[in-house]
Design a protein around this ligand. Sequence first.
Ligand SMILES: N[C@@H](CCC(=O)N[C@@H](CS)C(=O)NCC(=O)O)C(=O)O
Length: 264
Amino acid sequence: MNAVKTEAWPAQAPAPVDVRLFTIPGSHPGTAVRLMLEHKGIEHRRTDLLPVLSWIVLKAQRFPGIRVPAIKIDGRRIQGSREIARELDRIEPEPPLFPADPDRRAAVEEVERFGDEDLQQAIRRILLWALGRDTAPFASFAEGSRIGVPIGLAVRTAGPFVALDARSVGADEANVRDAISALPEMLRRIDDWIAEGVLGGEQPNAGDFQIATCLRLAMSLDDLRAAIERRPAGELALRVVPSYPGRIPPALPEAWLEPLRTSL
Ligand SMILES: N[C@@H](CCC(=O)N[C@@H](CS)C(=O)NCC(=O)O)C(=O)O
C-alpha cells in the first residue's frame, strides 16, 4: 500500500460532515472508493486531478503520499483504497464492506490485498504503456470529470506527464508483457473466488469494489476486453460497475497478446 495514516482521530466515529475525495479520471482505486461512498450513501465532493499534477496537489493538501485515492473526512486525511474502506466502515457501518465472520473477513481481505498490490499495478502498467503510444484516448476517461482545464488542452500536453507516470510505475516492455502473461491466472483466481462466494454476493464487499474496478479499467482496452467480459470475472465487473468511462483502441503488439488468446 502506498500511504500510511498519520493523524489520530476519535475512537467513537462521529457522522461525517465534510467529505472530499481526490481522484484521477479513470483511476480504478479512485472509482472503487467513489462507489463505496455511494454504496454507503455518504455525501461527498470530488476533486478530479490530472496525472502527475496530482502529486503536487496532494502535497499542497498536506497528504502524506502522492497517490490517489485520497480523502479528507472533516479535515482528517486518509490515503489508499484499503485504508479508506476501513475508515468508511468505521464512520458509516451500514452496509458493511467486510463480513462480520472472521474467516470470511480474512478471505475478503486477501482478495482486496491481491487487487491493491497485484491486479491494480498490472492493469496500470498496460494502460500507461498504451497511453504512452497515443494520449488521445485519455479524453475518453475524463468524461463526466471536472479537471479544471479544457480536455483538448490536457490531451495535447499529456505526453510528458504520461511518460513520467509510466516510468514511475515501471510500465516498460518487459513489465507490460509480464502483466499480460499474468492476466489469465489472475482471472482464474477471481473466477474461483466468485465460485467460492467470496466475491459476487448480493451486497458488494470491499473486495468486489477493488476487483471490479480493476477489471472495468482493463476492459476499456479493446485489446483486453474479449479475454475478460464473457467469464464470471467480467460479469461481476459489469454488475458492480455498470458504467466506466474510457476506451483505448487496439494498441498492444499482437505477439504480446498471445498468452490471452491461448487462455480464451
Ligand atoms: N494502490 C493504491 C493506488 C495508488 C496509485 O498508484 N494511484 C494512482 C492512480 S490509480 C496514482 O495516484 N497515480 C498518480 C498519477 O497517475 O500521477 C490504492 O489502492 O489506493
